[in-house]
Design a protein around this ligand. Sequence first.
Ligand SMILES: *Cc1c(COP(=O)(O)O)cnc(C)c1O
Length: 776
Amino acid sequence: MVQNDDVEVKLSELKDLTLRAVCNCGFETDQAAIIAEVLLWAQVRSNSQGVIKIPAGAVAKASDAGQPVVESDSPISAHINGHKQYGMLMMQLATTHAISKASAGGIGIIGFYNTASSTGALGYFAEQIANKDLIGIVLAQSPEAVAPQGSTEAVFGTNPIAVGVPTASGAPLIIDLATSAVAWYDLVEAQAAGKPVDANVGYNSSGRPTTSPSAILEGGALQTFDRGSKGSALSLLFELLGGAWPGGAVTGKLASGNWGNLVVAIQPGVLGGVDAFKQRVSELCARVKSARPAPGVPEVLLPGERSSRLAAQRTAAGSVPISNRLLSQLRKAADALGTGQVVQQSDVQRQPGSELSLATRLTHPEFWNDDPYNATAPPMYQTSTFRQLSAVDCGPYDYTRSGNPTRTQLERQMAEIEGADRAFAFASGMAALSAVLRLCVAGDHVVAGDDLYGGTSRLLEQVAPTLGLTVSNVDTTNIAAVKAAIVPGKTKLVMLESPTNPRMQICDIKPLCALAREAGATSVVDNSILAPTFQQPLALGADICMTSATKFIGGHADLTAGILAVKGAALAQRIAFVQNAEGAFLAPFECWLALRGLQTMALRMERQATTAGLLAEFLVAHPLVRKVNFPGLPGHPGHDINVRQATSGGSLLSFETGSVEASRIIVEQTKLFKVTVSFGSVSSLISLPCYMSHASIPAALRASRGLPDDLVRISAGIEDPKDLLADLRQAMQKAVHATGENGHAPGAVGAQGTGPAKQQAVPSTAAVLAPAAALP
Ligand SMILES: *Cc1c(COP(=O)(O)O)cnc(C)c1O
């Protein structure tokens, strides 16, 4: 396929760029030289394991990579623990060992395990062995991708194998193939190009045949190359030899990060003369070449013949065609300017292991965007479509619902902050929670708290049943109650909030998530109130952390957004699918606002939390107040648990006065506290949840859950706390005057000296306090 933007680049320049780019991925010069050579070997052959791996993020040094250790050694074998060392480097090490053992003792069997990264084109290593007049066999294990015959579930890797055989006629014969219907990377390329694959290549996550590469990649499975029992048997065999034998994981390969690899070198001379063998190989190859071609076929080709011809031509010419886009990505990676996927260093140099605090990391975000000008603020890609490079090559982005660089920036940054494998930005917190419900199918059961955000409560009461789900609401401060509510095999989702909203109850996240895991259910923690600044639920064992970015991440009451931070690649793929399929993703401008908000999030939240503590102390001492709900107070029932699992009580608090009338007067007579729903804004907010954010919960249900109508909720802002205290004091004074000691209103209250927005006289409670029909 001719690509309209292909350019010829000199091999020497490509080599230099590749080398520098690999060095910028964190490798030493000598390691980079090996990796660059593996990549270029594939590149000149137009093999998909070429330099595209650099912008695709497949060339990366694991932060926990250690020195490989030979755990057992014999004259004919070595067993090596790869200690997460990069796959191509391990393959080269194993190949060198195998050659020297086979040269000395007839055979060299090298197996290594405990690596989880790309080994590159296996033909490169098989060829090295064959060039030494040895037979080379190279196998690489990879994560679950291929379904066994009779199944539609991914179990086997794509199981590539390469065999190199010396010949008498010069270049060795290289057989390099995968046992899957298509190679994994071809699938990734088809996805990027927006091209369907053949009809009989793979299944989607529900086991139906599909031509969509995304559906196969997102929880589906590939078929074997023959779609039959022989391919399945070979897959099993290669999985056993290349994976199980050297000690790779045989199940949970993706999660364990332990893939096995095998390199075998054999001296053909052990069964007679080397030269005689090479002669027979050449004879056989010549016989294949001379076989009568089928009608319309100009020439019978040997395995690898087409690609080795390409390599020879390009090497002779000293140049190779490459897409303009890939070349510019490579140039940027070489100059460390960043590419579509390669991390661009921020101005704070991140040493592996250096533990910068969150506030610092938030102000120095890493950039993943493709910006050529080194902008210090993330560029906003306000576009729905991306022009394709050719009809079949669309580059990393094609359509904003499927992906947008501004959203990538936000999602990567959130994943980093939350310690997640991936994060996803949705149009609102509710859209995010709704995507979580999509993990369930009709008949599944959900366990959730009984003091939930109003919108979540409505989702579970009124939307979940239409999906065929049943929901149990339990007191999540009571671990035994949660345990009793979980139905093993049926409960698929456990949804928690801590603190709860608006009663600020604390649940013990760690044991609750462990309970969910034991029962095979996915745990979700709504972390909107403490946000990642103060609490990181994934580190406590949650599978998914939801944050309404409308609150503290946006921070200025100008954004509606929700984030799901997800642990585990398989779960992340399911969420990615829902985000793209249902389309409730966050638009570029909103992503940009969230990115802007993140930079000051820690600073704002720390100030807000300090102020909330001062307000809580004031309220506790006030005669009109019956009860203050604030986890930052030592007397709060969940205080100790909160200290264990979070670094602050946050900036949201609620209190009861015993009188709806007194509460209403306080809410309306403050001047600096805006009467609004929501929280987390730079300005202080005050509300009556039962008439505002939680009005969608029926009154009887509110009463049964102990959510009193007189509850006042405050969200502390970043104003000077002295001003806020004075304002709250005067409002409470008015409530005392208006209602007397017992909190009953003698009549309307004049509003002398109140702020401009609140100057009207206050009518009686009953007249104004008709609960709102619906949530905003
Ligand atoms: C606000 C909020 C939500 C919903 O988020 P939106 O962005 O408003 O859709 C969910 N959970 C909690 C705890 C919230 O405070």
